[in-house]
Design a protein around this ligand. Structure first.
Ligand code: PMP
Length: 306
């Protein structure tokens, strides 16, 4: 359950949590056209707070809107400021941030015409998405029976509301079958991503991640690629199949919510020795970065005071 906070930013102003409501004929509710982000803010080692890669997340929100031809009636700087304003209003030195732009009520049918574009920002506390235990010991994954979207069916570079029905189906299937997460293949059968995470594997010392083709271009993915290269690892973007995951030395998921979560098992096949050597190294370095302990990445932190 999402913990109730004091305020939600709604179309330019903070409103009490319980008053942030919409009409049942809100267009997005019927047809799924909306764009959103998932962002985290972290408490820093020096006692301060920062939103991790805030600018990049807001940029992606506007890119998602551009892809689906929605005109958000605010600019990027205004959304950045509104996010910080919401965190402060809710007295949150750390937590999860959910901006969402959606098509309001007006015309019905799949041509929304001049319906208003509405924008909200909600924040709430959210611990480890797949659980603390998952960060430590890894998770059990099944290959989903649902493919990730074909690139000409849904716009996978956009974080678009309707795209996530595919994720909900895959996640439900995985959990119902006793797994923690579903690994989704693209329509050609190659590994794509998980329901809300990108994937990396490690084989013979090389770190591999899927190319951008069918995936959401994750900000954690980009951060880990840069971090891993700086730490001296070779990182490649290359298509791979599920059996390459079976025989990998390590595999892990990453995302804003999931952070860096090792994969222990895929389709009942143990992955590597299960020591997560590279994954744990990167995870530790990633947590140092988001916690403000690595000055090299200070430019990824958007500091604020509650
Ligand atoms: N893929 C999908 C489908 C996602 O929903 C997410 C979460 N936004 C990611 C990957 C990871 O992206 P990020 O690291 O930017 O959170």
């Amino acid at each position: 359950m999402v913990q109730k906070m004091e305020s939600i930013w709604f179309d330019g102003r903070l409103v009490p949590w319980d008053e942030a409501n919409v009409h049942v004929l809100t267009h997005s509710l019927h047809y799924g056209l909306g764009v959103f982000e998932g962002i985290r803010s972290y408490r820093l080692k020096d006692g301060g707070s920062s939103v991790f890669r805030l600018k990049e997340h807001v940029e992606r929100l506007f890119q998602s809107a551009h892809i689906v031809q929605m005109e958000i009636p605010f600019n990027e700087d205004e959304i950045v400021d509104a996010i910080v304003e919401t965190l402060k209003a809710n007295k949150m030195p750390e937590g999860y941030i959910r901006p969402l732009a959606f098509v309001g009520a007006g015309a019905m049918g799949v041509h929304p015409g001049t319906n208003p574009i509405q924008t909200i920002i909600a924040t709430w506390p959210w611990g480890a998405y797949l659980g603390e235990e998952a960060l430590e010991n890894g998770i059990r994954v099944r290959t989903s029976s649902f493919n990730r979207h074909h690139v000409n069916v849904m716009m996978t570079k956009g974080k678009v509301c309707g795209n996530y029905v595919n994720s909900v189906l895959a996640k439900r299937e995985a959990v119902a079958d006793g797994y923690d997460e579903g690994l989704m293949l693209d329509t050609a059968g190659y590994v794509s991503e998980a329901t809300g995470e990108n994937i990396f594997i490690v084989r013979k010392g090389v770190i591999k991640t899927t190319p951008l083709t069918s995936i959401l271009e994750g900000i954690t993915r980009a951060s880990l690629m840069e971090l891993a290269e700086d730490l001296g690892y070779k990182v490649v973007e290359q298509q791979f199949s599920r059996d390459e995951v079976y025989t990998a030395d390590e595999a892990f998921f990453c995302g804003t919510a999931a952070e860096l979560t090792p994969i222990r098992e895929l389709d009942r096949r143990r992955i590597g020795k299960g020591d997560f050597k590279v994954a744990k190294h990167l995870q530790a370095e990633f947590f140092k970065v988001v916690g403000g302990e690595n000055p090299k990445y200070e430019h990824w932190l958007h500091r604020y005071e509650v």
